[in-house]
Design a protein. Structure first.
Length: 202
């Protein structure tokens, strides 16, 4: 009988322990236990990159030439750049195009395709970096391309807009990088009109 009594006592303590566990699960942690602290994982907020012209406008007189640089800034892991432009051939002509410093790291040129067509008024630029060059990350602007223009004629407004279209920035995996765009314009003041010749000559 004593052995049976001990077995019943053991079962009673097991049942009591199970009841306590159920109460803790249903009602919450017992008083006096320290609250668990949330785990804060480090986060990194990628900036919104910017591509465009570093200055708002560039002054080029009629029949004069000037260069506009295209730069990318505030970017993380930049590996590829693409942009296109259209222009009025009656107002502008492209003298030359060139890749920026980003595509010429340590004197090693990268595969870049800048092309232009003065008959139709188009500029196309596609480039990417490959090893041993490395992707660019930084807030400071890095040059990706430049265009030298010649102003043929100037509109009455005195400004010729420069607008980037179909622009793409990408990382080494080809994933798109979010960006904003800064466009520009060429200021080409009209030449001053010559004073009218006198008509009453005696």
């Amino acid at each position: 009988m004593s052995a049976l009594k001990i077995n019943w006592n053991s079962l009673r303590w097991v049942g009591l322990a199970a009841l306590v566990i159920v109460c803790v699960v249903l009602l919450g942690k017992p008083a006096g236990l320290a609250a668990a602290q949330p785990i804060h994982m480090p986060t990194f907020e990628s900036p919104v990159a910017t591509i465009g012209f570093p200055s708002g406008t560039v002054n080029i007189p009629i029949n004069g030439t000037g260069t506009t640089d295209v730069q990318v800034s505030n970017v993380v892991n930049l590996a590829g750049v693409e942009f296109h432009m259209t222009f009025d051939p009656a107002q502008l002509q492209v003298v030359s195009t060139a890749a920026g410093a980003f595509f010429n790291q340590n004197g090693v040129p990268m595969p870049v395709i800048p092309t232009h067509d003065n008959a139709t008024g188009k500029v196309d630029f596609v480039g990417s970096v490959v090893p041993p060059a490395v992707p660019y990350s930084g807030a400071a602007p890095v040059g990706v391309g430049s265009i030298t223009w010649k102003v043929v004629s100037c509109p009455v407004s005195g400004q010729i807009p420069l607008t980037l279209v179909n622009t793409k920035l990408s990382d080494p995996n080809g994933a798109a990088i979010t960006y904003t765009r800064n466009d520009s314009s060429i200021v080409c003041p009209q030449p001053e009109a010559l004073p009218a010749a006198p008509t009453n000559l005696t």
